[in-house]
Design a protein around this ligand. Structure first.
Ligand SMILES: [Mg+2]
Length: 420
């Protein structure tokens, strides 16, 4: 691609010859220099005067410097491009900006197609930028814009990626997740279309996500059958049992555990770091909030009440004479059921799936995460981040705020209101 550097000291008459604007109906005008108020207004006035269409525009302001890129379309026959270019260059000179023109053949124009854009947010440092941009280059993803943000005292980088030239988007996402995991940083890679939609509903898994424990393990410990239950869990993880069969077998071993003992566990359960602040703020901001858990109702109900959640779905432990019978009542909530519930709740509330967030840590969250517009794998077992849009490490729930565009002021206000 030809580039014609134009400094404000270059006589415009030479530039015109270099640019050869007579042959081109489309020109990219790039302007760089110190920022000041009114630059775009002054440019727009010249464009309007010459009846030039502004086909596309990108502006970046950085530390009192400006970078402006304008795609100009010269339409009507006989329209004086020479005089328009002359006026634009003169204006650039007056504004103390360096300018260059770049002819653009119509077939090279990149449309703004959100389906071909990804938004990448990395909660990492320069090392993450280096590692991720290397993967992007290898996979032919083009970085359109990159900017950095600071929130909660941490730094993040946001990139808008054009993936028009990427042959396998899933491989790109999976390689980015892998690189981020290798660097021990958090990462989100979302489709632009879903990213731009405000999120309105969030479904959380409970065990090892909202709370820092696995309810069934704690109950097994209390019932003195921890080793036996762990053995079944291992077999299920190796694929020797399906989820329902393994769950029923483990619950059967809890027979006789008293309701009081279960309540003790419930009262001692620790929330994951940052959850209280997160749920309080989301509730205050008007999100539909709830739990979809493959764990047990006694625990989810207490969280629902405590945080005034809108919904809570979990497996129901059958209780008779103040003790567990070792049976479950109602439908079993497994991976497929979790995804079904997420869909149902979203439909009932008139919320499109693009505006739904799902957060979970386990294999049985994978379908739910895939369904949601933003699927977040939290401190997840390896593999879940392959289907997720974001992967967050343990104790980094505050990154959810940033992914949802929630500011520190929002959080402060929510916490203040909560305390009133
Ligand atoms: Mg879990």
């Amino acid at each position: 691609m030809r580039l014609f550097p134009i400094s404000r000291r270059t006589p415009w008459i030479h530039l015109q010859r270099m640019v050869n604007v007579r042959d081109e109906s489309l020109l990219v005008l790039n302007l760089f220099g110190p920022d000041r108020p009114g630059i775009l207004a002054a440019l727009a006035e010249v464009l309007q005067h010459h009846d030039i269409e502004l086909a596309d525009l990108q502006q970046v302001s950085f530390q009192k410097n400006i970078g402006l890129h304008l795609l100009l379309k010269f339409g009507a026959a006989g329209q004086s491009k020479d005089s328009a270019v002359k006026d634009l260059l003169f204006l650039g000179h007056q504004l103390n900006l360096t300018a260059n023109f770049q002819p653009l053949p119509p077939d090279k124009i990149q449309g703004i197609d959100h389906r071909k854009r990804l938004v990448l947010i990395s909660f990492g440092d320069t090392r993450a930028v280096a590692g991720l941009s290397e993967v992007l280059a290898q996979e032919d993803a083009e970085i359109e814009t990159i900017s950095s943000n600071r929130h909660h005292g941490a730094r993040s980088f946001e990139m808008i990626l054009n993936i028009d030239g990427v042959s396998r988007v899933e491989r790109l996402k999976s390689r980015l997740m892998g690189k981020s995991r290798e660097l021990n940083t958090d990462l989100a890679v979302q489709n632009m279309a879903a990213y731009r939609k405000n999120k309105r509903m969030i479904c959380f898994d409970m065990d090892s996500t909202l709370v820092d424990m696995e309810g069934i393990d704690e109950m097994a410990r209390k019932a003195g059958v921890h080793r036996e239950v762990a053995r079944i869990t291992d077999k299920a993880m190796r694929g020797e049992y399906d989820f329902e069969e393994s769950l029923r077998q483990r619950v059967a071993m809890l027979r006789g555990l008293t309701l009081n003992e279960v309540m003790e566990i419930r009262d001692q359960m620790t929330l994951s770091q940052g959850i209280e602040e997160l749920l309080t703020t989301l509730k205050w901001l008007g999100f539909k909030l709830g739990i979809v858990s493959g764990g047990f109702d006694i625990f989810t109900e207490s969280l629902k009440e405590r945080f005034r959640l809108d919904f809570a779905y979990a497996n129901r432990l059958e209780i008779k004479d103040g003790a567990l019978t070792g049976r479950l009542s109602g439908d079993i909530i497994d991976a497929a059921q979790k995804a079904r519930i997420l869909n149902q709740v979203a439909c009932d509330n008139g919320i499109p799936l693009d505006q739904v967030v799902a957060v979970g840590d386990g294999a049985n969250d994978s379908l739910m995460l895939t369904q949601a517009g933003l699927g977040i794998a939290y401190n997840a077992k390896k593999g879940l981040d392959r289907v997720a849009d974001a992967a967050l490490s343990k104790a980094r729930f505050n990154h959810v705020f940033h992914l949802l565009g929630i500011t520190e002021e929002d959080i402060r206000e929510a916490m203040t209101c909560q305390a009133l």
